[in-house]
Design a protein around this ligand. Structure first.
Ligand SMILES: [Zn+2]
Length: 139
C-alpha cells in the first residue's frame, strides 16, 4: 500500500510505540490532544489483526485514554470507523486506526454534533432484536 500515509510514516508526530503498534498526534485533529493508534502493519479491517497487534493496540488505547483523562480533559472518546464504501482521501485513511479524542462538557465537538445525535436514537423493539440477532448469526 504505497499510497497509504500511515505506512509511509513521514510527518507523523510519534508519541509512543510497541513492537507492533504506534500512537501519534492526529493531523488534522479535532481537538488538542487528539491521538491515533494504529498497527504498524497495513491492515484495513479490525478482524485482520493478529493477537499480538490486538494486545499492543488495546494497551496503547488503555494507557492513553487514561493519560488523556487524567492530564488533558475530563473525558476521552474512543472511535473507530469502518466505511469501505468511501474512497480514501485526506480525512479518510484505509489503514485501521483508533481515535482517542479528549472530551469536555463544552467542547467544540459537543456543541456541533452530540446535541444533534439525540434525535437519532430509537427505542428497540423485540422483533428488531430477533431480526438483527438472526442476521448477525447468519441465519
Ligand atoms: Zn497503511
Amino acid at each position: 500500500m504505497n499510497d497509504c500515509p500511515f505506512c509511509k510514516k513521514s510527518g507523523l508526530n510519534l508519541l509512543a510505540e510497541t513492537k507492533s503498534a504506534i500512537v501519534f498526534f492526529s493531523n488534522p485533529r479535532l481537538v488538542k490532544g487528539h491521538l491515533l493508534v494504529i498497527p504498524k502493519r497495513h491492515v484495513e479491517k479490525l478482524w485482520e489483526l493478529s493477537k499480538e497487534e490486538t494486545v499492543d493496540i488495546m494497551s496503547l488505547i488503555k494507557n492513553y485514554q487514561q493519560n488523556i483523562s487524567e492530564n488533558i480533559a475530563a473525558g476521552c472518546d474512543l472511535r473507530q470507523n469502518y466505511r469501505p464504501f468511501l474512497e480514501q482521501n485526506n480525512l479518510k485513511v484505509d489503514h485501521l486506526h483508533f481515535h482517542l479524542i479528549p472530551r469536555g462538557m463544552n467542547d467544540a465537538i459537543y456543541a456541533k454534533t452530540d446535541d444533534e445525535q439525540e434525535g437519532l436514537f430509537h427505542k428497540i423493539e423485540k422483533n428488531e432484536v430477533e431480526e438483527m440477532t438472526n442476521r448477525l448469526r447468519g441465519v
